[in-house]
Design a protein around this ligand. Structure first.
Ligand code: NCC
Length: 283
């Protein structure tokens, strides 16, 4: 079969993956109750249109990268990115030298929202920026089916959080996004991949590509600092963190490698991938 070029792949992503958050248009969310919880603005409206954005993976290999200044967000540093996206419970405090300071968007999976470990409802770490939650919904993306039986209790936790922190913007990603993205990964892989949703890393990258002119993705493709340490903020060692067990991470990373517009040296030295935002593409 024809192997798509970088431009073709980018256009396929732009046209096949509609990055959207839940609104009150569709059942079961078209109720009075949900209208009080779900934000009135969609995420793209809330973020507006951004120029340079950064996506910061949680990989252990970002440790000692000194990428903090480049990623930005500190008053005494120049702000090289207009928006920074981080994942799950990844902290900035104590790691600013390597991961930067500000958090504009935090993408969290429903497991994080439900686990006791992260104390999601109280932990101040989740208080900065716009929250976006997702849950591994059934492949059908049928909203009712998902609503009755989410993988983790995303809806109860979401409501509880909104009640406690009513002024913080908080969106839920539409489950169709993960499966549209999964289809693109599968269509561009030689092997049959497991039918599990892509990792937060790829979902977050797509999210930023849908609102930014250009996106830098840090330490998603491993640099020369590659390590078995899962996260930059924990001591846990696990090779599956980088190449994946549940998520089709190997295939995700191959896809990102193919759309990278930066050099291989940037990946090797900085752990940096550069991709255009959808608005910068002519397709
Ligand atoms: O580890 P996690 O991911 O929170 O990492 C966020 C994203 O960073 C990229 N990453 C991370 C570590 C690593 N060594 N290499 C990487 O490239 C990945 O792109 C990853 O998506 C997730 O995707 O949501 C995930 O969440 C964790 C876990 O639920 C949370 O950290 C909360 O504890 C999952 N781990 C487990 O279930 C044990 C992980 O599989 C995926």
């Amino acid at each position: 079969s024809h192997k798509r070029s970088a431009q073709e792949l980018l256009c396929q992503l732009k046209n096949q993956v509609k990055v959207q958050t839940l609104g009150t248009e569709q059942p079961p969310f078209n109720t009075q109750e949900w209208a009080t919880f779900l934000p009135s603005l969609h995420l793209s409206q809330e973020l507006g249109s951004l120029k340079n954005c950064a996506v910061v993976s949680s990989a252990g290999s970002i440790r000692n990268s000194h990428l903090g200044r480049e990623i930005g967000g500190c008053v005494i540093w120049s702000d090289s990115h207009d928006a920074v996206l981080r994942f799950n419970a990844a902290p900035t405090s104590k790691y600013q030298n390597d991961v930067g300071k500000k958090t504009t968007v935090r993408l969290i999976n429903s497991q994080v929202m439900a686990s006791n470990k992260h104390r999601f409802l109280e932990n101040a770490l989740f208080g900065e920026g716009i929250l976006v939650a997702w849950d591994p919904a059934p492949y059908s993306s049928d909203l009712l089916e998902w609503y009755k039986k989410p993988d983790y209790p995303i809806f109860t936790q979401y409501k509880e959080y909104r009640q406690r922190h009513p002024s913080q913007p908080f969106h839920i990603m539409h489950p169709a996004v993960q499966w549209q993205l999964w289809e693109v990964i599968q269509e561009n892989s030689d092997e049959e991949i497991q039918r599990n949703p892509p990792s937060s890393g790829l979902l977050g990258s797509l999210l930023m590509m849908s609102v930014c002119e250009q996106v830098h993705i840090y330490e998603f493709l491993p640099s020369r600092r590659q390590t078995d340490t899962c996260h930059y903020f924990e001591k846990v060692q696990d090779t599956a963190c980088t190449l994946g067990a549940y998520h089709p991470q190997l295939f995700e990373k191959n896809l990102v490698k193919r759309i990278n517009q930066g050099s291989d040296l940037d990946i090797f030295q900085l752990g940096r991938v550069t991709v255009p935002g959808f608005q910068s593409l002519n397709c």
